[in-house]
Design a protein around this ligand. Structure first.
Ligand SMILES: [Zn+2]
Length: 204
């Protein structure tokens, strides 16, 4: 038990250390770096890698699964929201759709008040209402040329990105060994080095 607590404390310390290292930041003053230098090219390549990554990330999470029970109006349904084993009877608004009873749909939604309808017993039933969020096409940021970057920075804007950097693990001093016999370092898992993203700020 005590060993277990010690181990979890060690893990916490290791994580704190990791956070401290990843909080490292570098500021590049581009006015001091010639446009045709390898250093400029490397920074620009990292900027564009960051832009490509941003462009590729999904705009919204996938939403929830709803099973349609019945149609109660144009594009409006009584449905069952399914989250894991949880089931919630609700209303679902999806303007412009025609859904068949007992079919399922997975959509991102937002809450939209409550909805009342007469149940089979004649008593009014009040449920939560969800409305489909229509995903807008995510704007794609174009990649930058050296001149684009310089113009942007000269206009007073800054850019930033995270650059991956392999750093020697300071918990195990690069040995990869843990304190227990034949154990591995809890932070780097025995590799002796870590990929620590460094925050890079680019300004004129
Ligand atoms: Zn280590």
């Amino acid at each position: 038990m005590r060993r277990c607590i010690q181990r979890s404390m060690k893990k916490t310390l290791a994580l704190l250390f990791a956070l401290a290292v990843s909080a490292q930041a570098i500021t590049y003053k581009m006015r001091d770096i010639p446009k045709d230098s390898p250093k400029f090219a490397k920074i620009l390549a990292e900027m564009n890698r960051h832009i490509r990554q941003q462009n590729a990330s999904p705009p919204l999470p996938g939403g929830w699964t709803f099973k349609i029970l019945q149609t109660v109006g144009p594009g409006k349904y009584i449905a069952v929201r399914e989250v894991g084993a949880e089931r919630e009877t609700c209303a679902l608004e999806m303007p412009g759709t025609v859904m068949v009873d007992d079919s399922r749909v997975q959509v991102p939604v937002e809450e939209n008040g409550i909805y009342s309808y007469p149940s089979v017993t004649g008593a009014n039933k009040t449920v939560r209402c969800y409305k489909r969020i229509v995903q807008e096409q995510k704007a794609q940021t174009p990649e930058m040329t050296a001149d684009d970057l310089i113009a942007k920075l000269k206009s007073g804007k800054s850019c930033s990105f995270y650059a991956p950097k392999l750093t020697r693990c300071q918990v195990c001093s690069g040995t990869g060994k843990g304190t227990e016999k034949n154990g591995k370092c809890p932070l780097c898992a025995g590799k002796g080095e870590l990929n620590m993203p460094i925050f890079c700020r680019v300004e004129w």
